[in-house]
Design a protein around this ligand. Structure first.
Ligand SMILES: [Fe+2]
Ligand SMILES: [Fe+2]
Length: 403
């Protein structure tokens, strides 16, 4: 059954289909770090590979096409990046797990208009303390900026570098989902009646939010260039590091952990509509993170990439430092049921999980879960009656087995 926290699992296996890639969660956390790093380069381009660009046949010239160029794509020739096969042929798949991600992503379909926000309007005006409003507003301010960054990263910097269509298909869905998330935050901001100009601009005037965005922006800027040649080893390593950052940290930790202050309000019966919206988003983000991690591992295997473990550890520590500054700001005054110590502790715990999935050394040894209820938010067990407010047409999501 689908584990929304860790839906990818099977070790990377060259051209072999990954069995039950989405639903079997028994392998991912057990994958030894050496498995990826010791993997040989796979599937070098062969002399029979198709050119990257194949002209569209037209009726007048079909009979004159050279037969050597019209054979179907051989899946063994596909590569995540630097591939030479026809990008317009979806199947046969080399990465069937990527198609499974696309199918599963479509089972989590909603719009923010499906969720009743009336009680949230009342809660914000009458039941939240000033300190809780500070948390709520700044979390939304951070998230909405982040989701636009996430959309631009996957849509503009990553997707164009993929050379297998089954990967691009899921990433196209991911681009849509990031836009949907932005709509969701906008719907919350608008419904609650917050000052939109002020909220959207906050990441530029609050240094504690800005420094997290800057870290991400620096990674994005380094790969959002049209002149990148991923056959250059330095460019390749930088691209892998950037994708690792966005999949493993930005989505896998910062987003995963970023919703929890609102979930803490929800657990006290406050801002439940917003929290329900974020639960939907969290499901998407878990898939984004695990897909990104899987793609990164596949690139590392195919291209025989050796990441510098010192740079990797530095990346984790930078992310932790940035998160600590952010948490100290949004939780500068205590609120009931949630603290900055819990927030940063949970970050370290989740970071260790993502690092293990990526095959990195454990960046924060000994970190323990400080928000043991957070994983339940991702898995959203049916007894939470998550769908009780949903209109009946949305059967695809309700038909899933969540646990
Ligand atoms: Fe998102
Ligand atoms: Fe995402």
């Amino acid at each position: 059954m689908l584990d929304w926290d860790d839906p990818f699992s099977a070790p990377v296996t060259g051209s072999e289909p990954a069995p039950a890639a989405i639903e079997d969660n028994s392998v991912a956390d057990n994958s030894p770090a050496t498995e990826v790093e010791a993997a040989p380069a796979a599937n070098e381009p062969t002399s029979t590979a198709m050119p990257a660009s194949v002209p569209e046949p037209d009726s007048a010239s079909v009979s004159s096409l050279p037969t050597a160029n019209v054979a179907p794509v051989n899946p063994d020739d596909k590569r995540v990046i630097n591939g030479m096969t026809d990008i317009n042929q979806l199947a046969p798949f080399k990465y069937p797990w990527a198609w499974d991600y696309f199918i599963n992503a479509n089972k989590n379909h909603w719009t923010p208009l499906d969720i009743n926000m009336a009680q949230d309007v009342h809660d914000y005006r009458h039941n939240l303390t000033m300190e809780e409003r500070h948390v709520y507003e700044n979390v939304l301010s951070y998230l909405t900026t982040s989701d636009i960054l996430a959309m631009r990263n996957i849509g503009l910097a990553v997707m164009e570098k993929m050379s297998a269509p089954e990967l691009q298909i899921y990433q196209a869905r991911q681009v849509y989902e990031e836009a949907l998330h932005t709509w969701t935050y906008q719907h919350c901001i608008e419904t609650i009646g917050l000052d939109q100009s002020e909220i959207y601009n906050r990441y530029r005037v609050v240094p504690e939010i800005n420094q997290k965005i800057q870290l991400a922006n620096n990674r994005l800027s380094s790969v959002l260039r049209s002149d990148i040649d991923l056959r250059d080893r330095d460019e390749l390593e930088n691209f892998v590091m950037a994708y690792t950052f966005f999949g493993g940290i930005f989505e896998g930790c910062w987003f995963y952990n970023g919703f929890s202050p609102i979930f803490a309000l929800q657990r006290r019966g406050l801002m439940k509509g917003t929290a329900e919206q974020l639960q939907y988003i969290m499901r998407d983000e878990v898939l984004h993170a695990s897909f990104g991690i899987r793609v990164v591992k596949q690139i590392i295997k195919e291209e025989n990439v050796k990441l510098d473990p010192i740079k990797v550890q530095q990346m984790w520590e930078e992310a932790e430092a940035a998160e600590e500054i952010y948490a100290s700001y949004i939780l500068r005054d205590p609120i009931l049921g949630y603290s900055k110590e819990q927030h940063i502790g949970q970050f370290r715990f989740i970071a260790n999980r993502r690092a293990k999935q990526l095959g990195h050394e454990t960046p924060f040894p000994g970190a323990e879960a400080t928000l043991p209820w957070l994983d339940e938010q991702a898995n959203m067990r049916k007894e939470k009656n998550f769908f009780e407010t949903k209109v009946t047409e949305y059967q695809t999501g309700g038909a899933l087995k969540w646990d």
